[in-house]
Ligand binder design. Structure first.
Ligand code: SAH
Ligand code: SF4
Ligand code: F3S
Length: 456
């Protein structure tokens, strides 16, 4: 018999990758907390360490093994005490590599893929008994239906802006991407599940909800009126919740941008004027090789429509440079798209070959030094655009949602409608307040502001 501990066991979850992993980590923590664990932010003090991993690029996946190597040292020191440490790998590396992880990293006690989290407490118990479980089956609907709802206290602990996954998995199979393999087929949660969860968040004091999905705008389901709804209709329903001050959604795919979603930006005041719409590359030849199912023209058309409906719309995107076959000319076309769109922010990456994806087997891979050089040029342009966008905000008045304390004493950080961090004096209010400010200064990654008079 294991000696009974006075203190509850402590869990530490480290999250890598996308916002959907952040959301999943929250749900796992909530479930484990309801199972008697206590959360800790000190890994060395944890009885259970879960690494919720990302497999999107090679570097992201490799990080996991070096982290396990580090934690192993703590685990070894604790082996002979009455507080042994359990290490688990969850997330997309768990799904992609399964039992291989156990072989490569002997310190790992459990492996659980993204669709098994509704059973996480049970999987952990089995790991604690030394069974070394590896769970990688797909049951997306089960997961969301069976995970316990967060309590108001748990929601509050995370602040006034929450993520809410509405859709998971992907059927698009871009030739560079692991997501369809790690997250499984595209599944939408029901409108009722989503609205109930959002209502719970708002009741607990949340002011801003960001709907998440690998292809969030592919969300669809039966609406409350019996008709088939898309994301536009779902946003309309969520906007009806009293106290829902701000709505966002990410990440969208160009193929699934329909008119109802575009028009929602005109119709709903609480829908923030911000669209994250990855284009990946600016050459039709490369887009075709990527299996993106859209052209540059299709993409530009959506951007134009968005700006027609909401002239204030900030656009953000993702880019991959050096996909197999990308020539200097193709890359120049990517720069041209950037020049036309004028991004408020963006993420850009060197193409990383992922085992098992079609891109990995393509001939004409681009040499590493060429990728690096292109990435540098692209990022220089994107950074410049982000700075310009931030500069245009100086002197502007806007509502910001106060979120949390700033790094320096006496500061609060708020969020602009365009997702910028805005630093203000703490005398302006409390987290959860929406305050009207005037931007006084812009830095590359944040803005400063003072209280503005509401003009009427
Ligand atoms: N579903 C979203 C993207 C999800 S992955 C979409 O379709 O746009 C997030 C980003 O990671 C992608 O937009 C892409 O830019 C990047 N990415 C995905 N696979 C990659 C790879 N093999 N190499 C480099 N970047 C990659
Ligand atoms: Fe990956 Fe493409 Fe699916 Fe996005 S749409 S998750 S890039 S396969
Ligand atoms: Fe990474 Fe999986 Fe998200 S691969 S980006 S954590 S869906």
């Amino acid at each position: 018999m294991v000696e009974k501990l006075e203190e509850p066991k402590k869990v530490f979850v480290k999250t890598y990758g996308c916002q959907m992993n952040v959301y999943d980590s929250n749900r796992m923590e909530d479930a484990l907390e309801q199972d008697g664990y206590e959360r800790t932010s000190d890994m060395a003090d944890a009885d259970l360490v879960l690494l919720n991993t990302c497999h999107i690029r090679e570097k992201a996946a490799e990080k996991v093994y070096s982290e396990v190597g580090r934690i192993r040292k703590i685990k070894e020191k604790r082996a002979d005490t009455n507080r042994p440490m359990t290490i688990g790998v969850t997330g997309c590396v768990a799904q992609a590599e399964g039992s291989e992880i156990m072989k490569r990293a002997k310190a790992v006690d459990l492996v659980a893929g993204p669709q098994t989290y509704h059973r996480i407490a049970d999987i952990v118990h089995r790991a604690e008994q030394g069974q070394r479980p590896v769970e990688t089956e797909f049951e997306i609907e089960e997961k969301f239906a069976k995970l316990p709802a967060a309590t108001a206290k748990q929601v509050q602990a995370r602040g006034v802006a929450s993520f809410l996954t509405v859709q998971e998995g992907c059927d698009k199979f871009c030739t560079f991407c692991v997501v369809p393999y790690t997250r499984g087929a595209e599944v939408s949660r029901t409108a009722k599940q989503i609205v109930d969860e959002a209502q719970g968040m708002i009741d607990a004091g949340v002011r801003e909800v960001t709907l998440l999905g690998q292809n969030v705008n592919a969300w669809h389901g039966e609406g409350f009126d019996g008709r088939e709804w898309g994301l536009g209709e779902l946003l309309h329903e969520l906007a009806k919740i009293k106290g829902m001050e701000r709505l966002r959604y990410t990440t969208s795919h160009p193929v699934d941008m329909d008119e109802s979603l575009i028009n929602a930006h005109r119709e709903l005041d609480c829908l923030m004027p911000y669209l994250h719409l990855p284009v990946q590359a600016g050459s039709d030849k490369i887009l075709k090789a990527m299996n993106r199912h859209h052209t540059v023209e299709d993409y530009m058309h959506i951007i134009d429509r968005m700006r027609e409906v909401s002239p204030d719309m900030a656009i953000s995107g993702d880019f991959i440079v050096g996909f197999p076959g990308e020539t200097e000319e193709d890359f120049e076309e990517t720069l041209n798209v950037v020049r036309k769109v004028k991004y408020a922010s963006a993420f850009s990456f060197k193409y990383s070959t992922r085992p098992g994806t079609p891109g990995a087997d393509m001939k004409n891979q681009v040499p590493e030094d060429v990728k690096s050089e292109r990435l540098q040029r692209l990022q220089a342009l994107l950074n410049q655009q982000q700075e310009e966008f931030n500069q245009t905000c100086v002197g502007r008045k806007m509502d910001i949602l106060l979120e949390k304390k700033g790094r320096r004493a006496g500061q609060l950080i708020g969020r602009s409608p365009w997702l910028q961090s805005v630093i203000v004096d703490e005398s302006l209010g409390n987290p959860g307040d929406i305050v009207h400010v005037e931007i006084t200064e812009a830095a590359p990654n944040s803005l400063n502001a003072v209280l503005a008079q509401k003009e009427q």
